[in-house]
Design a protein around this ligand. Structure first.
Ligand code: SAM
Length: 296
């Protein structure tokens, strides 16, 4: 690397790249370029990236985070949907021979196949990214359901969404997203990032979330998709009681109400609770109990 050229994520270099390529950040693609070297390095630190790790990045933009990952990782494969950024990345990352950019929508990517084709087996696989915020949830759900077991996922997202991912039962932010994510992974906030760290500045603050494989649960749902659907249904009207929401899911006929009542009694959960009081284990037990009762 030519030492006289500042790194991509420095404000001066970011501005120079944007102006040289006459790039106007596309709001529709969530393009807010992180331009603070300390924060970029701290994201890579949060994922504890070493030269033994293979890393997937989602949305490299002009390459600021990619560069910091490439300096530490074995190999980086970055998915970028915007083809206008390809010539930019070719230039900004030309000194790194361990980077491959794939011009594809991450939501359409076949991650297991890419990992098999691009990465030598036997090394940890991590995801490190400053996500396009408009599709944070579908990306995370897609990644967690892809069947690939990631050693670590460290991603930046809107702070409000991060708050929902880590929320505990009984709090305002706790909802179906918290339950489903916490079912799939151990989730924690690594650190927060102010909007002033980006060019252009977004209207929201951000946070870095770290997802690691979670310890096995004492109970398993009979089917993952059934659990997700059930949790969503329970939170359909979060101000109403669990009892009301369950009738919304299964129906209000006297015979159905009796069966709902019996299941709640069996599992030991009060009808009058609001859905945000239920723990992940409660949701799993209820899913299985309603399944055994023949209601789902
Ligand atoms: N990594 C860069 C950084 O930290 O400055 C840019 C992050 S920017 C918040 C999000 C990036 O994701 C943009 O480069 C955008 O073009 C890209 N992107 C948006 N939707 C995408 C999708 N469906 N698949 C892949 N990349 C996408």
């Amino acid at each position: 690397m030519n030492n006289s050229v500042p790194e991509i994520g420095s404000p001066a270099r970011t501005k120079a790249i944007l102006s040289r390529y006459r790039l106007v950040a596309k709001k529709s693609l969530g393009q807010n370029f992180l331009s603070d070297l300390n924060i970029l390095r701290n994201i890579v630190n949060a994922a504890d990236v070493t030269d033994n790790d293979n890393v997937i990045e989602i949305g490299p933009g002009i390459g600021a985070l990619t560069e910091q990952i490439a300096k530490r990782a074995r190999k980086v494969v970055a998915f970028e949907i915007d083809e206008n950024l390809l010539p930019v990345l070719d230039e900004t990352l030309m000194d790194y021979d361990n980077v491959k950019v794939i011009n594809q929508d991450i939501l359409k990517a076949n991650l297991p196949a890419v990992i098999k084709d691009e990465f030598e087996p036997g090394h940890p696989v991590k995801i490190v990214a400053n996500l396009p915020y408009y599709i944070t949830t579908p990306i995370l759900m897609g990644v967690l359901q892809s069947g690939v077991s990631f050693d670590e996922i460290v991603v930046m997202m809107q702070r409000e969404v991060a708050d929902r991912l880590v929320a505990e039962p009984g709090t305002k932010a706790y909802g179906s997203l918290s339950v489903v994510m916490q079912y799939r992974a151990h989730v924690e906030v690594a650190f927060e990032v102010p909007r002033t760290a980006f060019i252009p500045q977004p209207n929201v603050d951000s946070a870095i979330i770290r997802l690691t494989p979670r310890e096995p649960l004492p109970v398993k749902p009979y089917d993952d998709q059934a659990l997700y659907k059930f949790v969503k249904g329970c939170f359909a009207h979060r101000r109403k009681t669990l009892w009301n929401n369950l009738q919304g899911i299964f129906g209000k006929q006297p015979e159905v109400r009796e069966r709902i009542e019996a299941v709640l009694k069996d599992v030991g959960i009060s009808q009058q609770l609001r859905p945000e009081r239920l723990t992940l284990i409660n949701f799993i037990e209820l899913t299985n109990a309603f399944h055994n009762e023949g209601l789902m």
